[in-house]
Write a protein of this length. Structure first.
Length: 159
């Protein structure tokens, strides 16, 4: 934890820190907890003293992902390019909102990387329109199509 000394020069003074055991943040979900703040007694030594008067609430998520060499994903890439609509149709009714968001974001990034994001978005939006019985409810649900559109707008906005 730092205190800002001079904003223009981006100088900070370290005043304390928090120990967060990684074992308390698991499961790829956000965990929100109070943690004690350890103050630093002198600038030379990093001697910590637990200051029981200060706690800080931190919301954190720990995620570890194993990334394989690109050639190991060749079959998955071909499957996604060929059958993304079927994949979405099968998974969508059975997954949570958080998983829909994650799946939509991942598929959108893959489609963008493989240069078929336009056709991907057109196809899933058309499929949603066709499957929506009441057209006044189109794009009001938390579908993979709406999540993919949001993810695409964020992705394009970042570049």
């Amino acid at each position: 934890i730092c205190r800002e000394l001079e904003r223009r020069k981006k100088r900070y003074n370290e005043i304390g820190y928090v120990d967060i055991p990684l074992s308390t943040i698991t499961g790829n979900q956000f965990v929100e907890q109070w943690y004690p703040v350890y103050t630093i007694t002198s600038s030379n030594s990093k001697e910590k003293i637990r200051d029981t008067t200060f706690n800080i609430r931190i919301k954190a998520k720990y995620q570890a992902i194993d990334i394989l060499p690109l050639d190991k994903y060749q079959q998955l890439q071909q499957y996604i390019e060929r059958d993304y609509l079927r994949l979405i149709r099968i998974l969508e009714p059975h997954i949570s909102l958080r998983d829909k968001d994650e799946l939509a974001t991942s598929l959108t990034r893959i489609a963008q990387y493989l240069s078929f994001s336009t056709s991907f978005l057109v196809d899933i939006v058309k499929a949603e329109i066709q499957s929506t019985p009441d057209l006044t409810l189109t794009f009001r649900g938390n579908s993979i199509a709406t999540k993919a559109m949001e993810a695409y707008m964020k992705l394009i906005g970042e570049t």
